[in-house]
Design a protein around this ligand. Structure first.
Ligand code: COA
Length: 177
């Protein structure tokens, strides 16, 4: 995949984002054997819902960036700065189901980390970057590991793992795309 143009989401992206699909299947399915609806990758559905609920341009200490190809929005990265903690957070990273495993997730994460690095210098803070990932979300864990994030531990809620990148090391920002 050639390098895509990542930019801040604008008001004109809202309608498309509100229907964007990054979960496979795009909604819960009813399983008659257990008598309820479920999703095999609930974490992807959660990210999809969070992205759909955002109203760009997002303000304050958050950034929502996206990339397009000739079929529409193909990747989204949502990140921000927590002033209370002096840390940055990767709040969401997602690639359209139709475009997985082409390096777009790597591109989005690399773009977000480059932006965070510049932002961190501007704010003159030394906090790292944190991400929360479901314990079953192997693709995201592999991607974070590739970028230099380290597994910190698991929260006691929702089976979420915490991963962190020490920006002082910076080696993780160099991902071959
Ligand atoms: C996680 C996600 C963003 C990866 O996007 P992607 O464009 O498919 O990933 P890339 O092609 O850039 O792959 C980068 C690396 O991630 C890992 N990876 C990606 N998909 C993987 C999979 N299905 N299984 C195992 N590893 C995987 C690999 O290490 C891969 O490197 P490689 O191709 O050199 O082996 C995508 O799977 C996604 O949108 N998931 C749903 C949303 C989500 O769960 N977001 C994370 C929570 S915020």
């Amino acid at each position: 995949m050639s390098s895509l143009d990542w930019r801040d989401a604008e008001r004109s992206d809202h309608a498309e984002l509100s229907e964007w699909i990054c979960a496979d299947p795009p909604k819960k399915i009813f399983d008659s054997s257990i008598g309820r609806s479920y999703h095999p990758e609930q974490w992807a559905l959660d990210v999809q819902s969070e992205i759909r609920d955002l109203c760009p341009p997002v303000g304050g200490d958050d950034r929502l960036v996206l990339a397009r190809d000739d079929r529409g929005i193909v990747g989204v990265a949502y990140f921000g700065f927590d002033r209370g903690e002096g840390e940055f957070h990767m709040r969401g990273l997602a690639v359209a189901v139709r475009a997985r495993r082409q390096g777009i997730g790597k591109q989005g994460l690399t773009f977000a980390l480059d932006e965070i690095l510049a932002w961190r210098a501007e704010l003159q803070v030394d906090g790292g970057v944190f991400a929360r990932v479901h314990e079953d979300n192997a693709p995201s864990q592999a991607l974070l590991g590739l970028a230099g994030f380290e597994y910190i531990g698991v929260t006691n809620q929702y089976h979420l793992q915490i991963w962190a990148l020490d920006l002082a090391i910076e080696a993780g920002l160099i991902i071959e795309v």
